[in-house]
Design a protein around this ligand. Structure first.
Ligand code: ZN
Ligand code: ZN
Ligand code: FE
Length: 758
């Protein structure tokens, strides 16, 4: 007999890890004990050599789904002659911080109980266990114990207490443990917020859904607006009430089989959908779906955002209503954070929801649904929120704590502690007052949890970002240095951070909508040479006027004209003249502005996509972010091999030849899907060739792809494949979004690097 000390790090608390270790130990005849401590789980194990190795292997292989083992260290320990294996209480020491689990989708065991009429939790919408249920969204204080959660007001009944105290029970120390007798419950309110006199609120809500009504449903991280996805009138009504003419609605479907009847679902997409994080996955619509839904859900797009029910209430709504696919969109006013309090939702969503299905457990940590798409077998997150936060990201270096405040329209902050970065959930558009309040509220909680005081704060170079203003205030209040980092450089650093790349030189292709640079032009199609805390803009997309500044980011006709002028000069082709004439009286003034370059210049790739989408007549207005580009990509013929020419200059990638070819091809009647494909192919070729040129000059072979434009799966694929063919090594964002909510991570790395240089 020998003894070992086994240390397990990662997400191993609040996920039923100790009872799991207990069962494995008993099975393998291992004696000793297991406990939670500051670093994770610590096991003292006594057994013979052989049992020991099978024991450790079983821990690795059979670890509960929501856990995430990062590291197992084994060292020999003193033999004590233990005669049992036991779970010993955790030692809560001062200054302790343990990893907080993200919220976890309802597990299969709980689901079976939920629909078992003989179970005492039959149809109870708050069923959970140590493998599933809310975590982040209910935690106020650490350590993670019931009194520090919004479950505190609910006193467990006798049966629940017994489960909670039984080491072998699935609900041993499950902090949100509850049942119908002792736990939270749902209530249905009418459109004025008055309680409806009904016992079975869920059943009535389901009847209303079947009648085509829109219900605000309180879930895990906030409210959803839920409605029957097959009802065209309801969809139209919801679009009017939410003032959301085009933006696609996410769907919550009954099960993975239903998803497969609407969209193609690969093995890895299925894995993501069914994972404890249960994100919205952007799935390719089937050409011939077995289950036909109205096009109005996501018109003009080739993908649908689909997720599976992740809270018991979702399973119940789908099951009782019998509706196979429900619209489930964030319950918020336009650009505001998702609503999460009962009074708030009744106020904010009055006139949008026909009824409110609320419950009496407070949501502490507000989170939206996370969103992503599959690329090369892994999910690329475009919104990182519920199910992922506050899971930390390991960094390549460890330094004193740093706060970074992210960008603007996709509010997120990051806090570093040691070599870990804690990202906030998506906080909404920071130009809104409510989002700023939320920013400060979440930051306060994170600081309390992590027990840190930042040594420095990092923000964007943009002087007018709301996040910059906040950062300036924090720096003054806390008397700490403030560092400003250029937007696209931060994008590039986010790739280095999440892949833990070494402190080397890299080429970054940062393509997005816009980013500030003090040179007075708008950046957004950049090739950067990144080196430590410095970067150099080695090349960029050709710059054209962005007439009207921000207005042109919405009105794609302006960029269409700008690119037409760039490509043809004054002798505009007929089609461009036609677009110009849609401006009526202001057409002349506009053409002067563009011609004389009397407006800010931009190298934005996002605006180039807008221009092409509009020239092609696919879409001329971004009623939501990325609408024009997404609709342009949606029609691209994947089989088309032709490509347009992007001229490669010394430091300019110039789309003008491509623009001329596009006008010519439209004239000769080439189908738009071919033109769109040739544009994508050509742009990808241009990016690859420019990267290769810089790579040779600088003797670098690693290319970082980042920025919102790389949320385009087609372009990402073309560029990644092209770079590999050329012998270059591409890296892209996955863990954090390529878009602006990933910027905070890059800023954090900048801060760490800066402080490690001193
Ligand atoms: Zn469970
Ligand atoms: Zn109970
Ligand atoms: Fe950006």
């Amino acid at each position: 007999m020998n003894a070992w000390k086994i240390r397990i790090k990662g997400i191993v608390q609040g996920v039923g890890f100790r009872p799991f270790v207990y069962r494995i130990a008993v099975r393998h005849g291992v004696m000793g004990n297991v406990l939670n401590d500051t670093e994770g789980v610590l096991i003292h194990a006594e057994a013979d050599e052989k049992s020991m190795s099978t024991f450790i292997e079983a821990i690795r292989r059979e670890a509960p789904a929501p856990s995430d083992i990062v590291q197992i260290d084994v060292e020999s320990a003193e033999y004590r002659g233990a005669t049992v294996f036991e779970i010993v209480p955790s030692e809560h020491r001062e200054g302790e911080v343990t990893a907080i689990s993200p919220d976890l989708a309802t597990c299969p065991d709980c689901l079976r109980e939920l629909f078992n009429p003989n179970n005492r939790r039959y149809c109870y919408p708050f069923i959970n266990c140590t493998h599933c249920g809310p975590r982040y969204s209910i935690i106020e204080e650490l350590p993670y114990d019931r009194p520090g959660t919004s479950m505190a007001p609910f006193v467990m009944c006798e049966k629940c207490t017994t489960e909670y105290g039984d080491v072998l029970d699935r609900r041993f120390h499950a902090q949100p443990n509850a049942c119908e007798i002792c736990g939270p419950c749902y209530e249905l309110l009418d459109s004025a917020g008055e309680p409806l006199d009904c016992i079975e609120s869920l059943i009535v809500a389901c009847e209303m859904l079947r009648e085509g009504k829109i219900i605000a449903v309180k879930g895990i991280g906030g409210f959803h607006l839920i409605a029957d996805a097959s009802n065209i009138e309801t969809i139209a009504e919801l679009r009017v009430r939410k003032q959301r003419p085009q933006k696609p609605f996410a769907l919550m479907v009954r099960d993975i089989e239903t998803a497969r009847r609407i969209c193609s679902v690969s093995e890895s997409e299925a894995r993501e959908l069914l994972s404890p994080a249960a994100p919205i996955v952007l799935l390719k619509k089937l050409d011939r779906p077995e289950f036909i839904l109205p096009d109005e859900l996501a018109s003009g797009l080739d993908r649908l955002g689909i997720f599976l029910p992740y809270a018991p209430v979702h399973h119940l709504l789908l099951n009782i209503s019998g509706i196979p696919a429900l619209i489930a969109t964030s319950g918020n006013k336009r650009d505001e954070p998702i609503a999460c309090h009962n009074d708030e939702v009744v106020r904010d969503l009055a006139g949008i929801a026909d009824a409110f299905l609320v419950h009496d457990r407070e949501i502490v940590g507000r989170t939206d649904d996370s969103v992503g798409f599959e690329f090369e077998g892994e999910i690329v997150l475009t919104r990182r929120s519920r199910g992922y936060v506050p899971h930390p990201i390991k960094m390549p270096i460890a330094r004193p704590p740093i706060l970074s405040v992210g960008a603007d329209l996709k509010g997120t902050f990051a806090l570093t502690r040691g070599d870990e970065v804690y990202l906030s959930p998506y906080l909404g558009d920071l130009t809104g007052e409510k989002s700023i309040e939320l920013f400060e509220e979440v930051l306060d909680r994170y600081l309390k949890w992590l027990k840190i005081r930042p040594d420095a704060v990092v923000c964007d170079l943009h002087p007018d970002y709301a996040s910059t203003v906040l950062a300036e205030r924090f720096a003054t209040e806390w008397d700490i240095p403030l560092h400003r980092v250029q937007h696209h450089f931060a994008h590039a650093l986010s790739v280095i951070a999440e892949h833990k790349l070494s402190d080397d030189s890299y080429i970054a292709v940062a393509f997005d909508g816009h980013g500030y640079d003090p040179d007075g032009t708008i950046w957004g199609g950049e090739f950067l040479l990144v080196d430590g805390t410095n970067f150099e803009r080695t090349a960029h997309l050709a710059q054209v006027p962005q007439p009207g500044g921000d207005i042109a980011a919405k009105d794609a006709r302006r960029m269409a004209l700008s690119w037409a002028f760039e490509a043809f000069g004054k002798n505009l082709p007929n089609l461009a003249e036609k677009i110009l004439r849609t401006f009526g009286e202001s057409a002349d003034a506009l053409s002067k502005i563009v011609e004389k370059r009397r407006s800010p210049l931009t190298s934005s790739a996002g605006r180039l996509f807008d221009a092409v989408a509009c020239i092609l007549g696919v879409c001329c207005e971004n009623t939501f972010e990325g609408e024009c580009p997404q609709k342009l990509t949606a029609i691209a013929d994947r089989g088309e091999v032709g490509e347009y020419h992007f001229a490669i200059g010394d430091d300019i990638l110039d789309p003008s030849p491509a623009i001329r070819e596009i006008f010519a091809d439209i004239e000769r009647g080439l189908p738009p899907k071919k033109i769109s494909a040739r544009f994508h192919n050509g742009l990808a070729r241009g990016i690859v060739c420019m990267s290769k040129k810089i790579a040779q000059e600088k003797e670098i072979d690693t290319i970082l792809l980042t920025g919102g434009v790389f949320q385009n799966p087609l372009l990402l694929k073309l560029v990644v494949d092209g770079l590999r063919e050329t012998g270059l090594k591409p890296y892209w964002n996955r863990t954090v979004p390529p878009g602006d909510s990933g910027v905070a991570l890059g800023q954090a790395l900048y801060g760490l690097r800066l402080h490690s240089n001193r």
